[in-house]
Design a protein around this ligand. Structure first.
Ligand SMILES: [Zn+2]
Length: 184
């Protein structure tokens, strides 16, 4: 039996390392820009957690939009989303939002989402300005455990750092989570 998500990584944009690194720099700059524009607010960056060479295609964008819209809906129930910007680049879709609300409370919501089966595919970072400095709120700050690997029970960072799992295995784990989630 074939499923809608089976070909999630069949084809798509494969940015080179330089493009990925450049984009990371741009993201830091954009996050700072957003934080300067909304110094009283919490700034959140939202992106996908996707290993392997293929970083964007129609289904990857669909996966992003599903997660991002759910997150924004949840944010608007407890807080107020002041602005959100979405970018669709070969390095992968990503979003920036300014939210009126406590950065600690927002980080707690973000971790809850990241801990759900489909949430494991999302990477939500939370920032705020403190004394003119951009600060990131980490899981550690809240005394939460680190993120778990998609496949085994170890910390995600450990497995990624040692390349314990192949790209193919990781891609299949992502496809399985999407299939469990069903239509998006
Ligand atoms: Zn693992």
């Amino acid at each position: 039996m074939t499923h809608f998500w089976d070909d999630l990584f069949a084809e798509g944009d494969e940015p080179d390392l330089e493009a990925v690194l450049l984009n990371r720099e741009e993201r830091v700059k954009k996050t700072a820009l957003f934080a300067n524009r909304y110094p009283e607010s919490t700034v959140v960056t939202f992106k996908l957690n996707i290993p392997g060479p293929i970083k964007s295609n129609e289904k990857i964008i669909r996966l992003y939009e599903f997660g991002m819209s759910g997150f924004l809906k949840q944010m608007n129930m407890s807080f107020k989303v002041l602005e959100s910007v979405h970018e669709f680049k070969p390095t992968g879709p990503e979003g920036f939002c300014a939210i009126q609300g406590s950065p600690v409370k927002i980080k707690k919501c973000a971790v809850e989402l990241e801990n759900s089966p489909i949430g494991a595919l999302y990477d939500i970072d939370v920032y705020c300005m403190m004394k003119d400095q951009l600060m990131s709120i980490s899981r550690k700050d809240l005394e939460y455990p680190e993120r778990k690997c998609l496949i085994c029970s170890h910390e995600a960072k450990q497995c990624a750092g040692r390349r314990v799992h192949s790209v193919k295995e990781l891609q299949q784990a992502i496809i399985d989570r999407c299939t469990m989630e069903g239509s998006m």
